[in-house]
Write a protein that binds this ligand. Structure first.
Ligand code: NAD
Ligand code: UGA
Length: 466
């Protein structure tokens, strides 16, 4: 097994595959990196000036390496064939059907990759699990790779990704750690050698395969648990005149607790926290550990409660009806600096407001309107709440899109801030107050306008946890 890799292929040109491979190509000009995907539109976007994902700093890195040692292609077979190391970075969504529906990870795409690698490969290949996977998936991957007619031989490594969207490039440039799990010292070393081009050796952690797989689910579960914990306290703060940001600061200065990830919000979103916790819950049940499963499930239950609670507060404050009232929605992405809306709290808040027959005027600086419409269609028809025709009509009648904060606020009874975009703090709130109906309600689901003296300007201002 060579420990100096010259050609890499990554299957899956998504939020993880694209940026991580761009970073490897950027930092390792001696390595040829090909990212392949079955979605031709996505590949075309990676090859254009308009990349498929918005991520600060990504454009520069892709443009610098593309055409030199970074390429994007739909030719998956060729990509696999030519590489010594193949990353699997495909999506692993929550299963929506059959056994484990709503909880277990859908491993269909990972398994298809493993079968394709087995079919195409000759010689020796190192297969790297980059996707987030249930613990012991590598066992299945190894069995698939070694079954059938294949003449090739394989080593499987686990190398979960810890980047967060919106800060992906910074996270990849200076990761807290890179985790590599495996069974073969040479294979591990070959991957260590790649990251060592820019990551200090002491940050390259090596473990056995199963610890590596399980650490990824555990890390996300712990991070989400912190958000749910502070959100639980936010409800108590609202009932007691304590202020959740003060409580967070007070506990976060204890070095054992630490200050990060204690920002109370309308609820965590993103493609992974909920999916990974539910996967963990499913695994615990599978291994006969119902108490452990119940413990982690509460993190998701608390998050659902927080999203519902936000809408309930809007309703109660606005005299128990928002029917036919215009509400300006500021932000739809699941966090700032990304165009990603997967599991965004905004989807659920907007759905519940639409079910209350509110009229929404949505502004997000990065999320395309079509994406928002698709998200709302899904949410309104989920579990049969509405038929497709009803949902379509509700969206056509009651959803508008604004190209800025002020138009979104014009003639609105309320504003709901759902993403913490920096530009919201630069808005002229005197002008906003003038164009709104009175009383002018602001519900700040991110506490980003807390220091703007909105109450003094005449707004009825409500945040989270105070
Ligand atoms: P994504 O949906 O953005 O991208 C996955 C890509 O894989 C898609 O473009 C899809 O077309 C492609 N694909 C699926 N099956 C394929 C196949 N058989 N052959 C070729 N291409 C195929 O997903 P993502 O957000 O990049 O996440 C990928 C994995 O990384 C998931 O397991 C996720 O849990 C994990 N992860 C995500 C993040 C994040 O911030 N998004 C962070 C860390 C880990
Ligand atoms: C998260 C993890 O932070 C990454 O380490 C991990 O790699 C990734 O999931 C993944 O596996 O997909 P991401 O979801 O991109 O990254 O973004 P986060 O910054 O973690 O935010 C997640 C959600 O929690 C957002 O909706 C954010 O607004 C919310 N959040 C975060 C809070 O409400 N309060 C906080 O203090 C922190």
């Amino acid at each position: 097994i060579p420990t100096e890799i010259k050609r890499i292929c990554c299957i899956g040109a998504g939020y993880v595959g694209g940026p991580t491979m761009a970073m490897i190509a950027h930092k390792c000009p001696q390595i040829d990196v090909t990212v392949v995907d079955i979605n031709p539109q996505r590949i075309a976007q990676w090859n254009s000036d308009e990349l498929p994902i918005y991520e600060p700093g990504l454009d520069e890195i892709v443009k610098e390496a593309r055409g030199r040692n970074l390429s994007f292609s739909t030719n998956v077979d060729q990509g696999i064939d030519q590489a010594e190391m193949v990353f699997i970075s495909v999506n692993t969504p929550t299963k929506t059907f059959g056994v484990g529906a709503g909880r277990a990870a859908n491993l269909e795409y990972v398994e298809k990759c493993a079968r394709q690698i087995a079919r195409v490969s000759t010689g020796h290949k190192i297969v790297v699990e980059k996707s987030t996977l249930p613990v012991r998936t590598a066992e299945a991957v190894k069995r698939i790779l070694s079954s059938g007619e294949t003449k090739a031989s394989f080593q499987v490594l686990s190398n979960p990704e810890f980047l967060a969207e919106g800060t992906a490039i910074d996270d990849l440039l200076a990761p807290d750690r890179v985790l590599i799990g495996g069974e073969c010292a040479n294979a591990i070393e070959s991957l260590v050698n790649i990251y060592a081009n820019w990551v200090p050796r002491e940050r390259l952690l090596t473990t056995n395969l199963w610890s590596s797989e399980l650490s990824k689910l555990t890390a996300n579960a712990f991070l989400a648990q912190r958000v749910s914990s502070i959100n639980a306290i936010s409800a108590l703060c609202e009932a007691t005149e304590a202020d959740v940001d003060e409580v967070a600061r007070a506990i976060g200065t204890d070095s054992r607790i630490g200050p990060k990830f204690l920002k109370s919000s309308v609820g965590f979103g993103g493609s992974c926290f909920q999916k990974d916790i539910l996967n963990l819950v499913y695994l615990c049940e599978y291994f006969g550990l119902p108490e452990v499963a119940n413990y982690w499930e509460q993190v998701v239950a608390m998050n659902d409660y927080q999203k519902r609670r936000f809408v309930t507060r809007i309703l109660r404050t606005m005299f128990n009806t928002v029917s036919d009232k215009k509400i300006g929605i500021w932000g739809f992405a699941f966090k700032k600096d990304t165009n990603d809306t997967r599991e965004s709290a905004a989807i659920y808040v907007c759905r519940d407001l639409l079910l209350e027959k509110a009229r929404l005027d949505i502004y997000d600086p990065k999320v395309p309107q079509d994406q928002i419409k698709r998200d709302l269609m899904w949410a309104l028809t989920d579990q049969g709440a509405m038929s497709s025709e009803q949902a379509q009509a509700a969206i056509e009648e009651n959803v508008r899109f604004a190209d800025g904060c002020l138009p979104s606020a014009t003639d609105a009874h309320a504003i709901a801030v759902l993403t913490e975009w920096d530009e919201f703090a630069d808005v002229d709130f005197q002008a906003v107050h003038q164009v709104m109906k009175k009383p002018a309600f602001v519900f700040d689901g991110r506490n980003v306008l807390k220091d703007m003296d909105l109450r003094q300007l005449g707004f009825d201002y409500y945040g989270i946890g105070f």
